[in-house]
Every structure is written in C-alpha cells, then in structure tokens.
Ligand binder design. Structure first.
Ligand code: SF4
Length: 282
C-alpha cells in the first residue's frame, strides 16, 4: 500500500446540545457528561482554526455539529462557514458532519463549497436499537444514500467496541461496503463514566482484524481512517495499524476528547517512514 498518509482535522462548531439518546455519545444532553458545551462558534474563529490545521498538514477539514440532523439554521451556518474557509484557505477538502440530511440540503451545501459529507452508520442494523432508541438506523443509511444522490463524496464508517458481537461487526462492514464510500472512518469506543455503555469490548488484535477486513473489502483506492480511540487502541503500535491498511488519521482533538498534538503525529509518521499527503486523489 501507499506510504502516503492523509490527515484530517475536526472542528466541533456546535457542541454538546443534542436531545438524542445515543449511548456512546457525550454530546447527548441526557447523560450530563463533563464536556464543553457551546452554541455556534464564530466563523472567524473557525477560519483561523482551519488555517492552523492546514499548516499542520491536514487535507480534510470536518465541520461537525451536535444534534440529530440538519435544519435551516444549520444548513445556512455551515454553508456560510464553508464559503469563508474556501475564500481564505486553499487546498482543504471540506467535510460537513451534521447528522441526517435531505438531498436538497446536501445539494445546497455542495453549492456553497462542501466537498464531502460524513455520516456514520455507527453499528449494525440489528444492534442499533441497543445503542439508540430515538432514531432508527435506516434513517442513517438513507442519509448516506442522499449524500451520493446529491453528488457529494461520502465519508461513512462506525464505532467498534460498544458491546456488539462479531456478527454485528461483519454486518456493519457489509453495510458500509454496500455504500462504497470514498472514505471510511473507524472509531473505537472511548468509555466515559457518564455514559450508559461503560466498557470497550474490543482488543487491539481484534481492531487490527477490523482494519484488515475493511481494507480488503473496500479495496486499495479508498481512504481508510482511524479516528476516535486511535491513541487508546493503537498508541505505540501505529506501524501495525498502518500495515493493516490504514492510510488516514485524524490530527488534533476529536469531538469531545483530546488527541495527540499534531507535531507528535508528524514525528510519529516520519519515524515510521511515511509521508504526509499533500493533495487529495480525485
Ligand atoms: S445524534 Fe449525534 S450528537 Fe446526538 S447523541 Fe447521537 S451521536 Fe451524539
């Protein structure tokens, strides 16, 4: 596989205000997790943070909002933010991650500078009702189809280690593969004492098998990213992770948890003999 690694950064532009009950998510208002909660960040601040991410080597920049899905206010905010970033920062692939979305809303975002949409299936169709009761898995899958219909690149993956079975993992991967996403983030559950799911049920060896299987099924041309939980699962074992098929990582912080400092990741990649990708393919 290529020795080029694609870096992506996340900006949580609206944090911790969600009424849904996803049992893995500290942004749900139901669990009172000790995280920072705020309304829309100032667009100037987001543009400044996007510049910093670009300087640290990020090619993908993801604008995330808490909440079940897009509404008129969010669509407008994300569109204005995307325009502002595109005007001031060259060469970033802009990703929106704003929950369930219609084709019309997604087309509007595309017209205003969004390149990709991230919507994860999270877990298998069968296990989904055990981790969320306020909206169905099918709605998530439909949003992914809407992304493709709107002509945006699709970024879709899930979270492993939330109590699911081996069969659930197989089924989740089947569903992801059926969507043929351009990019697939693999997240590994990060326990938090406030959440109903208290433990992560996946070992490093199992996680490596998830990576190998995902790479085999998705093919060589696509981005396979390890996002949340990377440091916990693969910290100090990054070479195995990349050799299993990962070619993309998230730098900086995640939505509500801290990641390794970007400089530390750059040093890690150089030490392993990888180069940081400077342009997106296609
Ligand atoms: S809908 Fe999204 S933000 Fe809301 S609780 Fe679920 S995962 Fe978290």
């Amino acid at each position: 596989m290529s020795k080029e690694i694609f870096l992506c950064a996340i900006n949580n532009v609206l944090s911790g205000t969600c009424k849904e009950d996803c049992k893995f998510c500290t942004q749900s208002l139901r669990y009172h997790a000790d995280i920072e909660r705020y309304n829309y960040k100032a667009i100037d601040t987001i543009v400044h943070e996007a510049k910093q991410a670009k300087n640290h080597g990020a090619l993908g920049y993801c604008l995330v909002t808490a909440g079940k899905g897009l509404d008129d206010k969010k669509v407008d905010f994300i569109a204005r933010t995307a325009q502002a970033i595109k005007q001031e920062v060259e060469g970033l692939n802009l990703i929106a991650c704003n929950g369930t979305a219609t084709v019309e809303q997604l087309r509007f975002l595309k017209e205003h500078g969004i390149d990709s949409y991230n919507h994860n299936l999270e877990t298998s169709q069968a296990y989904y009702s055990s981790i969320c009761t306020t909206h169905p898995w099918e709605e998530r899958y439909q949003t992914c189809l809407n992304v493709k219909t709107a002509g945006l690149q699709l970024c879709s993956g899930g979270i492993w280690g939330m109590g699911e079975s081996i069969e659930d993992r197989q089924s989740l991967l089947d569903s992801i593969v059926s969507l043929q996403p351009e990019s697939t983030p693999l997240n590994f559950f990060i326990p938090n004492p406030a959440l109903p799911i208290t433990q992560r049920n996946i070992t490093r060896e199992e996680a490596l098998n998830v990576v190998r299987e995902a790479r085999k099924r998705l093919g060589e041309g696509r981005l396979l990213m390890v996002a949340g939980g990377r440091e916990l699962i693969f910290g100090g074992h990054e070479r195995e992770m990349f050799e299993a098929g990962v070619n993309s990582i998230v730098i900086g912080n995640y939505l509500t948890t801290s990641g390794d400092a970007p400089l530390k990741d750059q040093t890690m990649l150089e030490g392993l003999g990888y180069t940081i990708a400077t342009r997106c393919h296609g």
